[in-house]
Design a binder for this molecule. Structure first.
Ligand SMILES: [Zn+2]
Length: 435
């Protein structure tokens, strides 16, 4: 891997260090090896004298191949959206569609400064291939459903294990395997218990939708006589490996269990608002309790953008609205959730989410001449983070480095001809939608 020197970086901002100015960043072997003045390198040298450098964002919950369904089913309640639109279309999916759907989403995420995501869908070996091809990280899990049909349970357990082995066999530093039982209302207790065992055996994250709607808590009470978190805890699925997407409808007892068992929560405000979940995850309460949290976009069919700036802005505004208090959370706290805290949850084995020596070189580099970044107070990191959270929707990174390698250089993928990728996507999509 070639050395990269980011020369004379005008501004370097993250959530844990003071602002730094006019310094050099040296990247070797996938890591930030040195930060200082007048550094030299034998590899690629990039002039950053008009650039802002931040750690990349991570997307804590998405379904990347669902770019195929973006804009196709809108303005419906969640169960009708799933049953009438999404699930019938999903019957027609194949490896090629999954690959191009995931690839389109990965490119969209990379271009705005995401380095990776936690992704749940089907045929995840093809998602892994798409991500590796674009140099994008993934914590991937095969989405599992048995719909309480005993005849399906063993098949789904085998599917989970087979996919886990396939993903491990890729031996890619970008791909991490996890397990993905969809939710307590689509998976039987037997399936969930088996996944709990596999997660323990392989020390793998379990990514699951929890407490997204009030109705699923009612179903859990009816089916098991207890709310979802208590049920998951008894099933062996509430621990430091648990990644709960949504977390809108928790009661006090559930919050106590989450805190005690060190589960992590991904807030997905935009899809909560769009699918009218009635509220959103109360990040403020979770953070105050010491529960680990990060942010997610949810899939491109239920958001519909994969934009870290919108993700941060909506998360912040929703909390201010919920509490009727604009001071309830700062832009810096939101930025930390999307960067530093997300790395701790999704990639605890890496040091990431900050621009520090020894940290993984996942960096997003923005041109400071952008209109959205005006005005600029060069001595104040809060000011630039305020811009990132409140005014940068749609902003594109000039360069994105993932694992010490350029994924995006001068606004373009270094790995793929983007026009060719769009043409291929259109072609497979048209065949799919007309079949
Ligand atoms: Zn989801």
């Amino acid at each position: 891997m070639e050395e990269i020197l980011l020369k004379k970086c005008k501004l370097v901002v993250d959530a844990i260090n003071p602002i730094r100015k006019n310094i050099d960043i040296l990247i070797e072997e996938g890591k930030i090896s040195r930060i200082g003045e007048s550094l030299s390198a034998s590899g690629i040298i990039i002039d950053c004298s008009d650039s802002l450098i931040i750690p990349c964002f991570l997307n804590g919950h998405t379904h990347s191949p669902m770019s195929l369904f973006r804009g196709i089913a809108e303005d419906l309640p969640l169960h009708r959206w799933l049953e009438e639109k999404v699930w019938p279309l999903e019957q027609k999916l194949n490896n090629e569609l999954i690959y191009y759907g995931a690839k389109l989403s990965a490119l969209e995420m990379l271009k705005s400064g995401f380095s990776g995501c936690a992704d749940m869908y089907f045929m995840m070996d093809y998602v892994a291939k798409a991500f590796i091809d674009l140099n994008f990280r993934g914590v991937l899990c095969e989405g599992l459903f048995d719909f309480f049909e005993k005849s399906l349970t063993d098949k789904k357990i085998k599917l989970a294990l087979d996919m886990h082995k396939k993903l491990l066999s890729l031996n890619s530093p970008l791909i991490k395997s996890s397990f993905g039982p969809h939710a307590t209302y689509t998976c039987s207790k037997e399936l969930l218990e088996a996944i709990a065992e596999l997660s323990k055996e392989f020390e793998a994250i379990v990514h699951i939708h929890v407490a997204e709607t009030e109705d699923e808590q009612i179903q859990s009470l009816k089916r098991y006589g207890m709310r979802e978190v208590e049920f998951l805890d008894r099933t062996g699925l509430c621990n430091e490996r648990s990644l709960y997407a949504h977390g809108v409808w928790f009661d006090e007892k559930e919050l106590r269990i989450l805190k005690e068992k060190h589960a992590s929560i991904v807030q997905n405000t935009i899809s909560n608002l769009k699918l009218a979940a009635g509220s959103t995850c109360d990040l403020k309460r979770l953070i105050d309790l010491g529960i680990s949290c990060c942010l997610g976009t949810d899939g491109p069919a239920s958001n519909n953008s994969l934009d870290p700036f919108e993700m941060m802005k909506f998360s912040s505004l929703m909390l201010k609205h919920m509490y009727k208090n604009p001071a309830i959370i700062s832009a810096k706290d939101i930025f930390k959730l999307a960067t530093y805290d997300a790395y701790k949850i999704l990639f605890p084995e890496l040091k990431g989410g900050a621009v520090s020596e020894g940290y993984v070189a996942d960096l997003a580099i923005f041109d400071l001449s952008e209109i959205k970044l005006r005005p600029l107070l060069f001595d104040d990191s809060t000011h630039i983070i305020n811009h990132m959270v409140y005014s940068c929707s749609g902003l594109r990174a000039k360069h994105v480095i993932v694992n010490g390698d350029f994924s995006i250089l001068n606004y373009k993928s270094t790995k793929e001809d983007e026009q060719e990728l769009l043409n291929r996507f259109d072609e497979v999509f048209n065949r799919f939608i007309n079949s």
